[in-house]
Design a binder for this molecule. Sequence first.
Ligand code: FAS
Ligand code: PHB
Length: 389
Amino acid sequence: MRTQVAIIGGGPSGLLLALLLRRRGIDTVVLERRTRAHVLGRIRAGVLERGFAALMHEAGIGARMEREGFLHEGTNIAFGDEMFRIDFRRLAGHGVLVYGQTEVTRDLYEAHDAAGSRIVFEVEEVAIEGADTDTPAVAFRTREGVRRLACDYVAGCDGFHGVSRRSIPADRRREYEKLYPFGWLGVLSETPPVNDELIYANSERGFALCSMRNASLSRYYIQVPLSDSAEAWSDTAFWDELRRRLPAPVAEALVTGPSIEKSIAPLRSFVCEPMRWGRLLLCGDAAHIVPPTGAKGLNTAASDVHYLYHALVRACLEGDEEGLERYSERALARIWKTERFSWWMTMLLHRFPDQGSFELRMQQAELAFLAESEAAQKVLAENYVGLPY
Ligand code: FAS
Ligand code: PHB
């Protein structure tokens, strides 16, 4: 087998990059470890920055997102019984789109079906060969046996647990990591959202988030200890705890129902530098992870795709590798800003097991200042709606 760009990973990063490249006549093959149904069964991100939406349109798959997505021009921050709104439109000039990652991935797969893309599912034993040569390749096993995909470039879009990052020699990688002492227990329920915009809550019992996927599908999260398991939480226990963490009027308005998905996600901040090793380019969660508090995970994968797409077009169509040489530096410049914002939102809104009385007062003072300062709210709004690419 041969292609111009071998893409490891059939999640949003790999699928969006492949679709954009194909529209410019660049041949790709996507190698995905799981089945399509498994990938589509994941419940993950819910908020798209304007830059991501623009990429979806550039890839020719923005119509359903515009039709079914919800434009949110603000968000709400609650602490104790207080709640205030951050006006994205007034402070940052535009809002965000609420449209689930599951739907993004569905749109991507359907577009690849229509384009006749080459996507190989259930691949095993993926190994990158010769990344630091001019003739890289990707070996992998399918039911039919061991295959070898010769290529010009390899895009490592295989997420945090993939093989790509580990294919950069350990002595050439610098990794930065912060693990948080809690996770998010998330519930999806076929209930009307408690509010028409998101609510991020810092309560004395811990963090809570009220989100949604559409007018009849709600997504809620509560901070839980890492020792917890989703199975240990009954629906009733979850709803009762969520109510305790919300301002009284919101708790009273909450419509509960059976959970159709319940899972715990650990929180971590992680960055791998560099994002290039010869002809291997890392993209998305393969290179970085953020705690979901700032809704930046999927959106930072999108800005990587934007930079890598333009760099690969120049390299494949014009033989000019300047974009690839600058890719890691350009992507990391924005990644570190989204890492900072996601870390800041997490430190502001969660209760930490070892939090002393002074740290608690600092957190409360920051929330009180945010509630009253237009300048502070403008900083949050600019970061939340998405920094420029
Ligand atoms: P992905 O991990 O989505 O995709 C990588 C793909 O590569 C997967 O399909 C995997 O099966 C495949 N793969 C792995 N190893 C392979 C191999 N060796 N060979 C071939 N294929 C391989 N972000 C937000 O903005 N908001 C959220 O609320 C949010 N919640 C999240 C909850 C969870 C539990 C997780 C894990 C992440 C969450 N994220 C959230 C972040 C998430 O949305 C990611 O940023 C997004 O999926 C990144 O997309 P990819 O880079 O494509 O990585
Ligand atoms: C979600 O809807 O899943 C969601 C929204 C905003 C976040 C995290 C998750 O910050």
